[in-house]
Design a protein around this ligand. Structure first.
Ligand code: SF4
Length: 334
């Protein structure tokens, strides 16, 4: 039996690490690819489902490559072939896209098969038996997709049929419990791993509401809009007008860094204040609403009148306003 070479779809989480280690245990050479998107699952963002893929790779000696799906993934989120999950998460299309990208690399380097850390029955949408079969069928790998953690419960794959790997190397883990994975981690000496995450930002209801709103009013949305969507409180002031207000200093800094030429930054002058970013058609009425919302979240809330500064790259000024009412917030909050 010659040494097999596999490419792993790798999130840095427990399951995909174990899938790699299980194959390496039997001498399979494994290289891993970690994908990033604008919706979390991002190795650099601790609030997302993505985990740092490098510590385990260094400890156990496999290579990791990072790849960003960029616009391709945004187009999929807008219009997934297999639909969205409970929120805006297009999990089936997401798996297919990532595996499709890995396939290109596999073909390029002459690898034998792709592995994933999928576990039968672990997640409601993406890891049901029907879905695992569908992904295996549609991913274009023609039987070369191996799931080491649940493989014994699934139909034999091409590498098994060709004798490149043995069915005995595969495990029969299924369901939501992580007990067997934790046991396996102990056996491999994998002592630190992230606790299970529920998914990327697209599985979050509030984030999905904001994203739907953005796509509705700005279908040609760009990376800056998407980055802005990750921070602050969001308010829809009109089809062409939106306000984002920071919730802490870190968000204020991010919001300021995302200001574009026509955007207007707002801040209460005499009080501790969040930064608000107004994007869109700045009519006097909309600007007054925006200023009143920023005043509402400043320490000037409760004052009859609050001065709010507004500035673009080119000019600046002051607006006098009263803090927004609950009713206004209710009406415009996304
Ligand atoms: S939760 Fe679904 S859409 Fe999000 S990264 Fe995971 S598989 Fe993809």
């Amino acid at each position: 039996m010659r040494q097999a070479k596999a490419i792993a779809l790798y999130s840095g989480g427990l399951d995909s690490t174990l899938a790699i280690l299980q194959m390496m245990k039997y001498g399979v050479e494994v290289e891993a690819i970690t994908f990033m998107t604008h919706f979390g699952c991002d190795a650099t963002d601790s609030s997302s489902c993505g985990s740092d893929p490098f510590p385990a790779a260094q400890k156990f000696g496999f290579k990791v490559k990072l790849a960003h799906l960029g616009q391709k993934f945004i187009d999929i989120v807008k219009n997934p072939r297999f639909g969205h999950g409970k929120n805006m998460n297009p999990c089936i299309d997401c798996r297919l896209t990532m595996i499709g990208e890995v396939k290109h690399y596999l073909d390029m380097i002459g690898g034998d098969f792709v592995i994933t850390g999928e576990v039968l029955g672990q997640r409601p949408m993406s890891q049901r038996r029907f879905t695992l079969d569908l992904v295996a069928r549609e991913c274009g790998l023609d039987g070369r997709l191996v799931r080491p953690l649940s493989g014994r419960l699934l139909p034999p794959t091409l590498p098994e049929k060709e004798g490149l790997i043995s069915r005995e190397w595969l495990l029969d883990i299924q369901g939501r419990s992580r007990k067997r994975q934790m046991q396996l981690a102990r056996e491999f000496g994998l002592t630190t791993y992230p606790s299970p995450a529920s998914g990327c930002l697209l599985t979050d209801k509030r984030y999905s509401d904001r994203l739907r709103d953005l796509l509705r009013f700005k279908p040609d949305t760009d990376f800056n809009d998407l980055n802005l969507l990750r921070v602050g409180r969001h308010f829809r002031l009109g089809p062409e007008a939106k306000l984002v207000v920071g919730r802490d200093q870190n968000e204020n800094n991010i919001i300021e860094s995302l200001q574009l030429e026509k955007d207007i930054l707002l801040e209460a002058v005499d009080f501790k204040s969040p930064v608000g970013l107004f994007r869109g058609e700045a009519t006097p009425g909309k600007m007054d609403q925006a200023a009143s919302i920023v005043a509402r979240y400043s320490d000037g809330n409760g004052q009859p009148v609050v001065s709010v500064s507004h500035r673009t790259f080119a000019n600046s000024g002051i607006l006098e306003t009263s803090p927004a009412t609950d009713l206004l917030l209710q009406e415009v909050r996304i």
